[in-house]
Design a protein around this ligand. Structure first.
Ligand SMILES: Cc1cc2nc3c(=O)[nH]c(=O)nc-3n(C[C@H](O)[C@H](O)[C@H](O)COP(=O)(O)O)c2cc1C
Length: 191
């Protein structure tokens, strides 16, 4: 039986929105009824059985509208399966997992969601908005590093997890704190 899934995103320059669309397409291919929406437009999570939320990372933070969505919907999200991802690393650090900002980590814990998966991002002159982004997009961080195979595999795993809960009752995953490396993966952006 198909489930109703919300894939919400917070994106400034379109890269995270593209990843959300790819997640949505894969879930649809698995037979689910999917809505892909800018998170700022989501008023209510009640219609959905499961929620995927992705945010772009800027200066180690999530976009404000994504954090607001989590904090305004803690109770609703606690009763749904929730998956989180963030899109950020570009250039030489494209494969570096990013640490969840403390506020997001706290909210994920409240909701009972596992830590966000990191997907590489995109930073290109054609889509960069703002002085700093345009400057960074002209250096060695420039490029589209989004790994569509990885995004599709992750989405297929989500589909399998959604389907599994139709056969058994869902058990909230244990809280797993992200591993701290001491290294600042956002070093490129912080100078
Ligand atoms: C000013 C600026 C700061 C950034 N800070 C980070 C960061 O702290 N960590 C990170 O992984 N990526 C960082 N990025 C890369 C973006 O997250 C990446 O380009 C992302 O794919 C953009 O997503 P969007 O197009 O959905 O807005 C930064 C990019 C810019 C322009």
């Amino acid at each position: 039986m198909s489930k109703k899934v919300l894939v919400a995103y917070a994106s400034k320059m379109g890269a995270t929105a593209g990843i959300a669309e790819a997640v949505g397409a894969e879930l649809r291919a698995h037979g689910h009824d999917v809505e892909v929406l800018d998170v700022a437009l989501v008023k209510d999570v009640t219609p959905y059985d499961a929620v995927v939320l992705g945010s772009a990372i800027y200066l180690r933070r999530w976009r404000r509208e994504a954090v607001r969505f989590l904090s305004h919907n803690v109770e609703g999200l606690r009763h749904r399966q929730v998956w989180l991802f963030h899109s950020g690393p570009v250039g030489p650090d494209k494969d570096q997992d990013q640490v969840m900002p403390p506020a997001v980590r706290h909210l994920a814990h409240e909701i009972g969601a596992t830590p966000a998966v990191t997907f590489a991002g995109r930073l290109e002159p054609a889509t960069a908005t703002g002085f700093l982004a345009r400057r960074l997009a002209s250096g060695n961080l420039a490029g589209d590093f989004r790994d569509w195979d990885r995004v599709r595999r992750w989405s297929a795993d989500i589909s399998a997890a959604i389907e599994a809960t139709q056969r058994s009752s869902w058990h909230r995953p244990p809280d797993v704190a992200p591993k701290r490396t001491g290294k600042h993966p956002a070093g490129h952006f912080l100078g």
